[in-house]
Design a protein around this ligand. Structure first.
Ligand SMILES: Cc1cc2nc3c(=O)[nH]c(=O)nc-3n(C[C@H](O)[C@H](O)[C@H](O)COP(=O)(O)O)c2cc1C
Length: 214
């Protein structure tokens, strides 16, 4: 297959994951092309935070109440950021498209803009991948990014056939200690056991590539 990997990464963790996925897919005989999504501006973390912090009480409610969560994931105010011109603004020549980025409460702002701008997604199979600071909590980390990405891909006429979410064990907003505690309480394992380089990470990357190829 001819595969495009389009990703945004602010601090390099999702970039590392994109490169590992590319290597794995190449080793399986596919042709892989990478298109890095670059923001026009990289504002300070405080500016990024200011654009979403007022939604945090509602995200907390969404974690607690599944009916509200369904509504929230359809209607929350997704922030977008301007992106630089893409090498592949039209993806129709590819058999498969992988789209990746960090989790910023939901979709990172440059990836949200990518999903609005990209052309040629009709009938496309899509793999969605992400990194986040915390452990792979089913709802807070995985559902809050996978559902909005899948919905947007579906609106473009494509289908998400595989998802992948791994921890970077990095958070520039200083809340990593909380995430380490969450990992111990929920999984009884340290946060490091869910990173890209962990056994868990390697297994998940392999499974993601297996599902893409099916
Ligand atoms: C504005 C903002 C929001 C974030 N939201 C989350 C979050 O909801 N959950 C989480 O675990 N990490 C969150 N993070 C941390 C990033 O997802 C994490 O550090 C990611 O691996 C960074 O990827 P990168 O190095 O490719 O930019 C957030 C970071 C920023 C700047």
């Amino acid at each position: 297959m001819k595969i495009l990997i389009a990703y945004y990464s602010r601090r390099g963790h999702t970039e590392k994951l994109a490169e590992i996925i590319a290597k794995e897919l190449k080793s399986r005989g596919h042709t892989v092309i990478i298109d890095r999504i670059r923001a026009v501006r990289e504002p300070s973390k405080w500016v990024l935070l200011a654009k979403q912090i007022y939604t945090y009480p509602l995200i907390a409610l969404a974690l607690y109440n599944s009916s509200f969560r369904r509504w929230w994931l359809q209607h929350y105010p997704q922030v977008e950021a301007d992106i630089q011109p893409l090498a592949y603004p039209d993806v129709s020549e590819f058999d498969l498209v992988c789209i990746g980025g960090p989790k910023w409460a939901e979709i990172s702002y440059p990836v949200a803009r990518y999903l609005k701008q990209v052309k040629g997604m009709q009938n496309k199979k899509v793999g969605a991948f992400a990194t986040f600071g915390g452990p792979p909590l089913e709802v807070f980390e995985l559902e809050l990014i996978n559902k909005p990405v899948s919905d947007r891909v579906q609106r473009l006429g494509g289908t998400v056939v595989a998802t992948l979410g791994l921890s970077s064990a990095y958070h520039e907003l200083y809340i990593l200690p909380l995430m380490r505690i969450a990992s111990r309480i929920v999984f009884r394992r340290p946060l490091e056991s869910f990173t890209i380089d962990s056994e868990y990470g390697k297994e998940k990357i392999k499974g993601f590539c297996d599902r893409l190829a099916q």
